[in-house]
Design a protein around this ligand. Structure first.
Ligand code: ADP
Ligand code: MG
Length: 257
């Protein structure tokens, strides 16, 4: 890990919806190997920022640089292929498929069919071998999140917390180097929340980088090395959790709504 190196850099990002300025000249960076928190009152522009970073939306202005390469305006599959994936505030699993099938479909989903086609034509034996490898990897991921006993259940039957773990498992199956998590703890019971946070730290140990939108201040204070605060589309403050907690502008932004 190169300490202090920016893996993700957002510069002067702007995104409007008609007359609404959702993201207003936002700039920040995330250091490689860190767990960084992105906080701010409702409507601050956090989810829209994630959407602009991961290609869901093309920003009106500004740039997104990931791992030394500008990725602004690229498609979500192209960005996922570079190693940057996100989870959604509202989980997007397929309820009518099993947990295992959901994990197996994740790379197709995030990376797009084109990448899968680009490996063809190859011998049928190779296809079978590749598929076996993917299934093995999917099982490993399910075991890692301790939801392997649910592999054959329909995703639609999972609890809110289990769906969040599945969402993470699906993101991981694409073999990213950085994960953007949008409110991963929302609706998760305390014991699953603990498990989820442990897994995030395990993954950090393995070299993954995280940017996490989270409302629970205790989670931010106890688990993030750096915090970025957004307010009305812009970055209001950036720094270590202890300093952010005391920052008058941050307190005011939260009290002001
Ligand atoms: P946060 O995730 O911080 O709560 P959002 O990024 O979801 O904030 O929203 C920022 C602002 O942009 C809000 O005012 C929201 O209503 C608006 N907004 C977000 N997405 C859309 C959209 N697709 N169309 C119109 N307005 C939107
Ligand atoms: Mg949001």
């Amino acid at each position: 890990r190169d300490a202090g190196e920016a893996l993700l850099a957002v510069e002067n990002l702007r995104k409007t919806f008609g007359g609404i300025v959702a993201v207003d000249d936002a700039s920040f960076s995330v250091e490689r190997g860190t767990i960084t928190g992105l906080i701010g009152p409702n409507g601050a522009g956090k989810s829209t920022t994630f959407d602009c970073i991961t290609g869901v939306y093309t920003p009106d202005a500004g740039t997104v640089t990931f791992d030394g390469e500008e990725i602004t305006g690229r498609s979500p599959p192209a960005i996922a292929d570079r190693g940057l994936v996100r989870t959604f505030q509202i989980a997007r699993e397929f309820p009518e498929m099993t947990v295992l099938e959901n994990v197996l479909l994740a790379p197709k989903d995030q990376l797009g069919e084109s990448l899968w086609r680009s490996v063809a034509p190859i011998a049928r034996r190779e296809v079978v071998e590749q598929e076996e490898e993917l299934v093995e990897q999917a099982w490993e991921t399910l075991e890692f999140f301790e939801i392997d006993h649910l592999a054959r259940e329909y995703a639609g039957t999972l609890s809110g917390g289990q769906r969040k773990l599945l969402e993470l498992a699906r993101a991981l199956q694409t073999e990213p180097s950085m994960l953007l998590l949008d409110e991963p703890m929302a609706g998760v019971n305390p014991s699953l929340e603990k498990k989820l946070l442990e897994r995030v730290h395990d993954l950090q140990e393995r070299g993954y980088t995280f940017l996490i939108v989270e409302h629970d201040m205790d989670v931010i204070m106890n688990h993030c090395e750096r915090v970025i605060v957004m307010h009305q589309g812009s970055v209001l403050a950036e720094g270590e959790p202890a300093a952010i907690k005391e920052d008058e502008r941050v307190i005011e932004a939260y009290l002001g709504g």
